[in-house]
Structure formats: structure tokens, C-alpha cells
Design a protein around this ligand. Structure first.
Ligand code: SF4
Length: 410
């Protein structure tokens, strides 16, 4: 019988050596991990082997975390990237009613807001002046949105700052835009791209299983629709992130199936830039209040999901992101030891997780990110949205020329 691993063991796992922990783990888990470490490819694991990793506990879990960290070092090196960006959640009015969402409001509630195109343009200019290279635009879905509103947002933002990368609109918003305009999905996406859309957030994925989706939100787009939006976007040259929300009503088997599905899409299109595990923030949600979810992820689950992603997505999606707004400082650093290599965005103005009860704050400055990364002995680097350009942020006087590398490269 496997023992449950303690909090202090989890907090100190980065000090463990593979030679030490690998002697203590069960032969099946050890052989799976050794296989992925050897081939650097999660596709070498069967479904059952993947399930066994997702259910690992005790020393097996510690072994999974250590192996994920080794694999991260081999596949992504010691650099931890982040992007300087601003979130613009342009409205909190939404008719969808996801039970895990504490951000949305009905149209008649007192604290609703709807940013005008001019206000969004101003926020973009401010962000650019503060050094942001990306704006991340998502919002609620208000009824009777002007037909071409998403296109008009892109036009307003691009007019304000033509160089700004626009990472915008969840697959749910894309489905709504298609409904509003009556355009075919592929044409709609092409129109958005022509008007300045750079990349699409792979949000609204939560768990890509319709039974679980129905518990989370009866009105949300289906698994098939999410896949269709993402595949079509990739084929139209719009890259996307990929996400998974964990810690609510799902099981470890859902994590495995979703990661394998993402691999499948990636092998067809190559369009995913990264994978972002999103810990469910339960406090102010109906899902939790109605007893439909657990109390968010445990420490073991946070670490396990990041590590599992590194292992199962090896050879497919190379960037595993820590969503720092959902985690505290120490936990985000631990996840970077458990397979992750990216800190996400600085996110001036983060509204969605804060409304749900997350306490990590609205903004982490680039300097804070650099310190958090240096504290764990890694190298901070600012990146662009698609990871095609990074700018290493190491204080040059503290490093030899060899350690500092080139200051900037593409
Ligand atoms: S998650 Fe998005 S679609 Fe769902 S209720 Fe919240 S704002 Fe609306």
C-alpha cells in the first residue's frame, strides 16, 4: 500500500536526487519514467502507464516530480521565461453562467462594466509605455454584442499601438463571434487575423470531457467545438496556448486524456505554443458552494499536474507554464522545479482569479519575476508571446561572459 506523501516532503523534493529516489519507487513507475527520460518523448507511454503516473503517490510521486525536473532541464534548459503583458478583461457581463466563474455578472447587477473601444486603446497605449509587448484580451459574453465587436476591438488596439501583439478571445468568444456574424468559422478566424489577431488563448478548455463540462457549465462550448476552433485557428496560421483546469470535479484520468488529446492536435498542426495548467480557485464560486467540487487542488495535485504535463507532453509541447496568479510565491517556484519552464505574463490588472478568491495579486513586475527565478538558481528571460524571441535578464556583472550568453537572440 502506498503511503501518502507529507507536505514537508513535497516542499523539499527539489533537494532529492534521482539516484536516491529511483531506488524507492515501484518498478512499473520507475520503468515508465526511465523510458521517457531516455527517449524524451511522452508518446512512448501507454494509456495505462500514463494513468499510473497520474495516480502516483508516496515515493512514486516524488520520483515523478524529480524526473519531470530532469526532463525540463534537458528539454527547456535553465531559462525561465515570462512575457510582459497587460490583461484587458473588457466586460464582466456574461450570459454563459459557468459555475466555476466568480468574475461574470448578470446585466442588471450593480458592479458591471463594459470598456469602450477608446478605453481599450488607452489601456494598450499605457501598457506599451510600461514595456508590455502583448495585450491579453478576453471578457464575458454579453447578449446583443455588436456583430463585429471582436474585430473592432482588434482594429482599435492595433490603431493605438500597431506593434502590440494581440493575444485575444477564448474559443468560447470565437464561437459567439461566429454566431453573431453568421460567418463560417475559418473565415471568421481569418478575418480576425487580418485585423490584427496574433494568437488565441486556449482557454475555455477546463476539462475536455462533456460530462465534466456539463457539471461546470451547461452552456459552454462542447469538447468538439473547442477542438474545432483550435484546429481551425492553427490551420489559419493562428497559434494558441493550451490549458487544463484541475482541482474541481475531475479525476487524474481526465488530465491524462486531455494531455494525450493535446498531443494529438499538436502532431497534426504544431500550433500550440505552451501548456498552462490552471488550478481551480474555489472560494467564491457556485460550483464549490453547491458542493459540486472539491476545495481546489492540494499541494500534491498542483505539483503532480505540472510534472505529469512535462512527462506526457515531452516531445510535443515544450513549454509548461506556471499560472502564478492562481498560486502563491513559494508554490509557483516549486512548480518550476516540477517540470515548468515559463512564468506566464506579468498581467497588469488580473481580474478573473482575484474575483474567485486567489490572493497572488494583480501584477508581478518584471523585476519580481527576475528575483523569483534567480532565487531558485535559474536564468530569467523576457520572451515574446510565441517564444520566438527571448531576452535574458541576468545582471551581467554577477556572471561570467560564458554564463551570460548573448544578451538577446532570436
Ligand atoms: S468563464 Fe467566461 S464564459 Fe464562463 S461565465 Fe465566466 S466570463 Fe462567462
Amino acid at each position: 500500500m502506498l503511503r501518502e506523501v507529507s507536505k514537508s516532503e513535497l516542499e523539499s523534493f527539489p533537494a532529492l536526487e534521482w539516484e536516491e529516489i529511483s531506488r524507492r519507487i515501484t518498478p512499473e513507475v520507475r520503468s515508465s519514467l526511465e523510458r521517457v527520460l531516455e527517449y524524451q518523448d511522452g508518446a512512448t507511454l501507454s494509456l495505462d502507464q500514463s494513468y499510473a503516473l497520474a495516480n502516483a503517490d508516496g515515493d512514486d510521486l516524488l520520483g515523478l516530480l524529480v524526473a519531470a525536473n530532469m526532463l525540463r532541464a534537458e528539454l527547456a534548459g535553465n531559462i525561465v521565461t515570462y512575457v510582459v503583458n497587460r490583461n484587458i478583461n473588457f466586460t464582466n457581463i456574461c450570459f454563459v453562467g459557468c459555475k466555476f466563474c466568480a468574475f461574470s455578472r448578470g446585466p442588471r447587477e450593480a458592479d458591471t462594466y463594459f470598456l469602450t473601444l477608446d478605453q481599450m486603446a488607452e489601456k494598450t497605449i499605457e501598457a506599451w509605455q510600461l514595456g508590455a509587448s502583448e495585450v491579453c484580451i478576453q471578457g464575458g459574453l454579453p447578449r446583443n454584442l455588436p456583430k463585429y465587436h471582436y474585430r473592432d476591438i482588434l482594429r482599435a488596439v492595433k490603431k493605438a499601438v500597431p506593434q502590440m501583439h494581440i493575444h485575444a478571445f477564448s474559443p468560447m468568444e470565437i464561437v459567439y463571434g461566429v454566431e453573431l456574424t453568421g460567418m463560417p468559422l475559418a473565415d471568421y478566424l481569418s478575418m480576425l487575423r487580418e485585423n490584427g489577431l496574433g494568437t488565441l488563448p486556449g482557454t475555455a478548455a477546463e476539462i475536455l470531457d462533456d460530462e465534466i463540462r456539463h457539471i461546470l457549465s451547461a452552456n459552454k462550448l462542447t469538447t468538439a467545438q473547442w477542438i474545432d476552433v483550435i484546429r481551425t485557428a492553427h490551420r489559419r496560421g493562428i497559434r494558441t496556448t493550451s490549458t487544463l483546469m484541475y482541482g474541481h470535479a475531475e479525476t487524474p484520468a481526465h488530465w491524462v486524456r486531455q494531455m494525450r488529446l493535446l498531443r494529438e492536435i499538436q502532431s497534426e498542426t504544431g500550433g500550440f505554443t505552451e501548456f498552462v495548467p490552471l488550478g481551480f480557485v474555489h472560494q467564491n464560486t457556485i460550483l464549490f458552494q453547491q458542493g459540486l467540487s472539491r476545495t481546489g487542488p492540494t499541494l500534491a495535485e498542483h505539483l503532480k499536474v505540472h510534472a505529469l504535463a512535462r512527462i506526457l507532453l515531452a516531445g510535443s509541447i515544450n513549454n509548461i507554464q506556471v499560472s502564478w496568479v492562481k498560486l502563491n510565491r513559494q508554490l509557483s517556484q516549486l512548480c518550476l522545479h516540477a517540470g515548468a519552464n515559463d512564468y506566464g505574463g506579468t498581467l497588469m490588472e488580473e481580474n478573473i482569479s482575484r474575483e474567485a478568491g486567489a490572493t497572488a495579486g494583480q501584477y508581478t513586475s518584471p523585476e519580481d519575476f527576475q528575483n523569483l527565478i534567480l532565487e531558485i538558481g535559474r536564468i530569467p528571460a523576457e520572451r515574446n508571446t510565441t517564444y520566438s524571441r527571448i531576452n535574458i535578464k541576468v545582471p551581467l556583472d554577477e556572471y561570467t561572459a560564458e554564463q551570460a550568453f548573448e544578451a538577446e537572440f532570436a
